[in-house]
Design a protein around this ligand. Structure first.
Ligand code: VNL
Length: 390
């Protein structure tokens, strides 16, 4: 135990020593992008990498006189690996910014590194409310589960859904989704019959869905992380839940644009709440989707790509605002309060919470030009993370 503490103390000291060097490294500006590029969350890494590269291709790789260097590391979505890689990026590579972070445990494990080294850490994917509170150097460009789940708690009871079973992945974002959906749904007079949680690693949905069938609620509310949606949808359809009169409602993580088109017509009509759809009908989004698909054949940008693209924007603009001269604190200050039109809609990086404020959409899976899309039919403007209000 003592030995471990000594090693930890030594590595933190190494981080502290590396700091002044980081600010004197000449003409490159390094972004350390830590992502799951292999393993269960690999699609998240692939989407974010593609979006970051697209942003750089569109906006150049020289900003405020600095050459931008993107260093991508594969953490295989194991938090210990994420932390080690982030530490190496800070100490050895002397990155100016850390970014990426596919899942909540990875972001949480890295937060102390950002704090100790005063390195801004842009969370592009992970979405548990409390992440931004884990370090004052964290800025988030993805979303939070409370942000999107509350909207469903309002929509469902107004649309004939009076009883629900919730089914979420058993970790940070799932617990947030369950809690915030449930609270709002019950406040609106809805009844939650049962709350089921499935493990993050290699989940088998079959036994849980059998329970739902037996409970016969009006609807099943689902959150699973990006990449797991197709499996839930497949099982839901195979077990004839819809025919048994049980609707699926979910956060948009389930009808993920990365997989939606392969889910089949059984997904038609599923209503979800989320902050990004590839079908968002703005001119800016149409241009973005077109450019993304031109650069990445057979790939549709999903909400993870959106977090990566806007994350790069936040970093680029902070570098511009500090005229290429800023250290971690100056860059962080220049990230706070950024307000801009994103392909997802208008967004703000709240200067107080460092979390993203954005529009949340009601969407329904529909067929457009022979392809399945999340088609937006209503919007709640400028939603702050409800998890911060408490
Ligand atoms: C998380 C949240 C990850 C939502 C996700 O996909 C997601 C997380 C990988 O915070 O771990 O869709």
């Amino acid at each position: 135990m003592q030995r471990r503490h000594l090693i930890q103390a030594a590595s933190l000291a190494a981080i502290a020593l590396a700091m002044p060097l980081a600010h004197a490294q000449g003409n490159t500006f390094k972004i350390g992008l830590v992502l799951p590029m292999t393993g269960q969350q690999a699609t998240t890494g692939r989407q974010i990498e593609a979006a970051a590269r697209l942003y750089m291709a569109q906006n150049g790789d020289t900003v405020a006189g600095k050459k931008i260097e993107l260093i991508i590391k594969d953490d295989t979505s194991l938090p210990d690996v994420t932390k080690r890689l982030a530490q190496e990026l800070v100490v050895n590579d002397k990155v100016n910014v850390l970014a990426g972070f596919g899942i909540t445990p990875s972001a949480m494990a890295t937060a102390p590194i950002a704090t100790q080294s005063k390195t801004p850490m842009v969370v592009m994917a992970a979405a548990t409310s409390s992440i931004t509170e884990a370090s004052p150097y964290i800025v988030r460009t993805s979303f939070t589960l409370p942000q999107v789940s509350v909207a469903m708690g309002d929509w469902a009871p107004k649309n004939g859904i009076k009883s629900v079973v919730t089914l979420v992945t058993d970790y940070g974002p799932g617990n947030d989704a369950e809690k915030y959906f449930k609270e709002r749904f019950q406040l609106n007079g809805g009844k939650v019959v049962d709350s089921l949680r499935v493990p993050l690693r290699n989940p088998d949905f079959a036994p849980f869905l059998q329970k739902v069938r037996d409970a016969k609620p009006d609807a099943l509310f689902v959150f699973v992380p990006s990449g797991a949606g197709a499996a839930v949808m497949k099982q839901f359809i195979e077990r004839g839940m819809d025919k048994a009169g049980i609707k699926m409602i979910a956060t948009g993580d389930v009808t993920d644009d990365d997989q939606l088109n392969d889910m089949g017509d059984g997904a038609l009509g599923v209503v979800t709440t989320h902050h990004y759809s590839a079908a968002h009908p703005s001119a800016l989004n149409k241009k973005y989707v077109e450019a993304f698909q031109k650069a990445n054949k057979n790939m549709r940008p999903n909400f993870m790509a959106m977090g990566g693209y806007d994350g790069m924007r936040v970093i680029y603009e902070a570098l511009k605002a500090t005229k290429g001269q800023g250290g971690g604190d100056a860059l962080l200050a220049a990230m706070k309060g950024q307000i801009f039109e994103s392909p997802r809609g208008q967004v703000l990086i709240d200067a107080q919470t460092r979390d993203i404020v954005q529009d949340v959409y009601l969407r329904k899976v529909e067929k457009k030009d022979g392809q399945l899309y999340n088609v937006e039919f209503d919007v709640i403007k400028a939603v702050k993370d409800p998890g911060k209000a408490k």
